[in-house]
Design a protein around this ligand. Structure first.
Ligand code: ARG
Length: 445
């Protein structure tokens, strides 16, 4: 069934190639296609393109389709191109001519734009929740281990004292900035494109403010040409923000892999969270964090993949855009899985509380000892030379007491301030508006 069937048939090879993976990938969008159709139908009634009775029939049939989707039995049938065609086919099978009326004033370009935005909005909500949980776990670990020192490195050379509190909460604070960036992307997503139709609007007096409100959007993409141009741009923007979260997690994963190595031994995972070797009986490998690192690095490629696919496309719809779904839609679950398994492993991670007792790290205290001399009145450069001389002569013995007090240092982690920033960022998403709009649209409010 083709919405655009005009009586001539398409070559099977062409049909298969152009449909591509849509029958599978459009399943991600099915729920949102139905929600969009509910709002569109209400709006058509308000401009007298549907009667009250027709709207009621369409609405209850759309609710029934939503149920099929939620049960997991919704399928895009062979011979049906995409989710938009499938939903219309189901409506038409049940309601006849009334089903055929729902496409007035819109196009599949419009529908796919809308579905992608609604899907992305909902996935961003899941990401914010998951990142908040990971944040809390890192902060709890930081608090619990704030008194235990570890070596800090520059150039991977032993540098200065750090602490497990500092290490864990560094990644927590990084996630705050990641969610801030994601919020900017979210605000770009949260604008209604519906009404753009094929990309140039419609001669029907569409009430775009009405569908904006019905779907709980913050605003609309006013210019219909721009609304269509947002396809690809929206995905790229969100993918950059996802890539920022992925980069934080990937860096953490590398630290864990390094710090779990016998040559470091700073952190450990219980045996049941490690994997073995088929040949070396002693192995307890951090495969979880290696896979997290690889998935997260793969996710960081997505904005570039999207950039290349949309690069140099002029304005207006092109079928090129269909392929964006292949890289974009599954990426959310991939990132969510990484966030969740990293959080699980962090819960079980233990730290070596005495690592700095090992003499190989004694030079991390050199700056502390220079600073102590400075506090006794020795000019910094002379103090530096004195301690440097002891190191070169092999006579340096660290005093090992560390006293850092300024904001963000190991003795003053400012965990409360970091938690407050996170709360402000999360509150700024205002997801409640969406739930309220959906409840009303579905007649639950
Ligand atoms: N599957 C298409 C896509 O993802 C839906 C829009 C089809 N529009 C068209 N003009 N062929 O882009």
């Amino acid at each position: 069934m083709k919405l655009w069937d005009k009586g001539t048939s398409v070559d099977t090879l062409i049909e298969n190639f152009t449909v591509g993976k849509d029958r599978e990938l459009d399943l991600y969008l099915a729920k949102f296609d139905v929600l969009g159709s509910m709002a569109h139908a209400k709006m058509l009634k308000s401009i007298d393109l549907l009667t009250e009775g027709e709207l009621e029939q369409l609405h209850s049939e759309l609710i029934a389709i939503l149920q099929v989707i939620e049960d997991g039995s919704f399928r895009i049938e062979d011979g049906v191109e995409d989710v938009h065609s499938q939903v219309e086919l189901m409506l038409t099978r049940k309601l006849g001519d009334v089903g055929k009326k729902i496409h007035s004033g819109r196009s599949r370009n419009d529908q796919v734009l809308l579905d992608l935005k609604l899907y992305t909005r909902s996935e961003i909500q899941k990401l914010v929740e998951a990142v908040s949980v990971l944040f809390d776990k890192l902060m709890a670990k930081a608090e619990a281990n704030k008194q235990y020192l570890m070596p800090g490195y520059t150039h991977l050379q032993v540098a200065m004292p750090s602490s497990f509190g500092l290490w864990f909460s560094a990644y927590a604070e990084s996630l705050v900035d990641d969610l801030l960036l994601l919020q900017a992307a979210y605000k770009i997503v949260n604008q209604n494109p519906l009404g753009s139709a094929a990309g140039y609007g419609s001669s029907f007096p569409l009430d775009r403010q009405m569908t904006t409100d019905l779907l709980g959007f913050g605003s609309m993409n006013y210019n219909v040409v721009y609304a269509q141009m947002g396809r690809g741009k929206m995905e790229k923007t969100v993918a950059f923000a996802m890539s920022s979260i992925a980069a934080t997690i990937s860096k953490f994963a590398f630290d864990v892999c390094l710090f779990m190595s016998q040559n470091f031994g700073f952190v450990a995972l219980p045996d049941e969270l490690t994997t073995g070797s088929s040949i070396m009986p002693h192995k307890k490998n951090p495969d979880v964090f290696e896979l997290v690192r690889s998935h997260c690095n793969k996710i960081q490629a997505i904005p570039y993949q999207i950039s290349l696919m949309i690069n140099n496309l002029p304005s207006g719809y092109f079928r090129d855009l269909q392929i964006l779904k292949e890289v974009f839609l599954p990426a959310f679950q991939e990132l969510l899985d990484c966030i969740s398994i990293a959080g699980f492993a962090i819960d079980h991670m233990t730290v070596n509380k005495h690592i700095l007792d090992d003499d190989r790290y004694k030079y991390v205290f050199s700056v502390e000892d220079v600073n102590k001399l400075v506090q006794q009145g020795v000019p910094f450069r002379d103090a530096y030379k004195m301690v440097g001389g002891q190191i070169n002569a092999g006579t340096y013995e660290p005093s090992r007491d560390v006293n850092h007090t300024h904001e963000g240092s190991l003795g003053n982690l400012c965990l409360e301030q970091i938690a407050d920033r996170m709360k402000d960022v999360v509150d700024g998403y205002e997801f409640r508006q969406i739930d309220a709009a959906y409840n009303q649209l579905l007649g639950k409010a």
